[in-house]
Design a binder for this molecule. Sequence first.
Ligand SMILES: Nc1ncnc2c1ncn2[C@@H]1O[C@H](COP(=O)(O)OP(=O)(O)OP(=O)(O)O)[C@@H](O)[C@H]1O
Ligand SMILES: [Mg+2]
Length: 582
Amino acid sequence: MSTLGRIIHYSRPYWWRIVVAVLASGTTGAMDGAFAYLVEPLLKKIFATHDLTIFVLLPIGVIVLFTIRSTCRFLNDYYLRTAGELAVVDIRNEIYNNSIRLDLQYYNTNATGGMMSRVLNDVGGMQSGIANVVTNIFRDGISALSLLGVLFYRNWMLALIAFVAIPLTAYPAQVIGRRIKRLANQGQLKMADLSSHLQETFSGIKVIKAFGLEDRSEERFQKVSLEYYDLVRKSIKYASISAPITEMITSIGIAAVIWSGGSMVMKGTMSAAEFFSFITAMILVYKPLKSLNGAYNTVQTSLGAAIRVFEIIDKRPEIVDGPDAVPLVDCQGVVEMRDVSFRYNDEYVLRNISLRAERNQIIALVGPSGGGKTTLVSLIPRFYDASEGAILIDDHDIRSVTKKTLVDQIALVDQETILFNDTIANNIRYGNSDASDSEVQKSAMTAYAHEFITQMPDGYNTIIGDRGVRLSGGQRQRICIARALIKNAPILILDEATSALDTESEKMVQKALDNLMINRTTFVIAHRLSTVLHADQIVVLENGHIVESGSHNDLLKNEGLYNRLHSLQFSDRDVAGSINKQ
Ligand SMILES: Nc1ncnc2c1ncn2[C@@H]1O[C@H](COP(=O)(O)OP(=O)(O)OP(=O)(O)O)[C@@H](O)[C@H]1O
Ligand SMILES: [Mg+2]
C-alpha cells in the first residue's frame, strides 16, 4: 500500500466526520463560485434597470451568505481536523504498542531519544501536514473547481488565456517540493539527534554536574540546534520562494486577461458585467490555487514523516511465539542449558555453556567483568535467543512455549533498580497487577521495605519520582525485591547491584534477598560472599566460557580462578566485598 493510502486507511473509522467535512467544504467552495457567478446578473440588473431595491437586499444577502459560508467552514475545519487527530491517536498508540514489543536488540542499536522523536515529532508532523492538506485539498480544490467553472462558462477563450501560464508553474513547484521533502527528512533526523541529546542530558544530569560538563553539553546542544535551524532555514527559503514564483508567472496570465478581455469589452463581444464576473472569479481563484500549491509542499514533508513512522510500525520482533507454542504450566523451575553459544553481533560472548539448575537450587554466577554473566541470564527470559544450543525449563525448550507464560515464571531483579513514576504500592504491583493491598504490604515486609515506606509522607501511596530519585539506593533495591517477591515466580534472576551500600542497608538488602530466594530456582550474579557460600553451585565464567563449577569448597580446592578471586576478596574484603573482579 502506498504511504498516502495507508494514511487514508487510518482515517477510515472516522469516515462520517470526513463526509460532514467534505459536504461542508463542498458548500463553501461552491459558494465562492456562486458569488463570482452572481456578479454578472447583479451588475446587469443595476446597470440595466437602475433598480435600487437591490441595495436593500444585497446587504441582507451578503450576511446570509457569509453566515452559511462561515458555518460550513467551521464544520469543515472541526470535523476534518478531529478526524485527523483521531487517526493520529491510533497511529501514535500503534507505534507505541509496536515499539514496546520489539526485541531488546533493537533498543541496543537505536537511541531512545530518537525513538521518542519518532513517536512525538514525526507523528505530529505527519498529522499537521495531512490535516492541513486534506482541508486544503477539499475546500480549496472544490473552490478552485467551481471558480474555474465560472471562468470557462463566462468566456472559455479568456479562461484559456488566463491559464496559459499555469503549466509553467508546474516545473518549479515540483523542484521545490522535492527539495523541501529532502530537507524535511534531514530536519527530522536532526530533531531526533536533538531529542536524543535531551534525553541523555536529563537522565544523566548527575554525571554532567559531577564532571562539570554543563558547558560542553551546552555547546553540543547548540551545535545540533543550529544545524537544525540551518536545515529549517533552507526549507523556509524554498517554501517562501514557492508562492512568489507562482505569483510572478500567473501575473503573465492576469496581464493577458486584462489586455484581451478589455479589448473584447471594447469590441462589444463581451459585456462589462461579464468581464467583472470573470475578473472576480479570477481574483478569487488565486487563493485556493496558491494554497493547493502550498499543500503539495506540505504533503511532501508529511509523507517523509509518515514513512519514518510506518517504518517502526512495520518492524516486527524476531523473538516471537512459534506456530505450535504451548503454554508453560505448573512450572517446577528446573532450568537446563545445553551447549549454548551466543553472540550479539559477530563475536561470541558465550561459548558451549552447559549447566543444570534443579528445583529451588541457587546457582551463583561469578567471574571477571565482561565474562558474560548478565548475557547468560538474559537468555532465560528470551531477551535474546541462543545462537546455538538450547535452553530448557522442565525439559521444554523455551522456544517451544509461549513467551507470555515463560516470562510469567521468571522474576527479575536487575542491576539497575528501575522504578516508575508512580506510587510505591503500584511500583510493587508491577510484579502482579492483581495483588491486594495486604499482599503488597506483606511482600514489602518480607523485602524489609515496609518500615521505611510507612515513614514516608503518604506511605504506600507516596509517588516516587522518575527512576525513584527520592529514594536511597538500598531503598530502591528493596522495592525492586518486593516487586519480584509479589510476582511469586518459580525462577528468579538476580543481577546483584554492585553499588556500595552502607553496611546497614547492605544487611537489609541481603536479608531481603535471602527471603526472596526461598523456594525458587535462583540464578544469582553474586557479588556478596554470603550469597556465594549459600549457593548449591557456583559457575565461574570467563570470556564466555565456564572455566569452573561446583560448590564453594570444591572450587577452593581446585585452586583455579575462583580460588584466586576468593583470596583477592579476602585480602581486601572491606573494600571490595565482591567475588566479581570489576
Ligand atoms: N547489547 C550488547 N551488544 C553487544 N555486545 C554486548 C552487549 N551487552 C554486552 N555485550 C558484550 O558481551 C560481553 C559480556 O557482557 P556481560 O554484560 O554479559 O558481562 P558481565 O559478565 O555481566 O559483566 P559485569 O560483571 O561487568 O556485569 C561483553 O564483552 C560485552 O561487551
Ligand atoms: Mg553484568
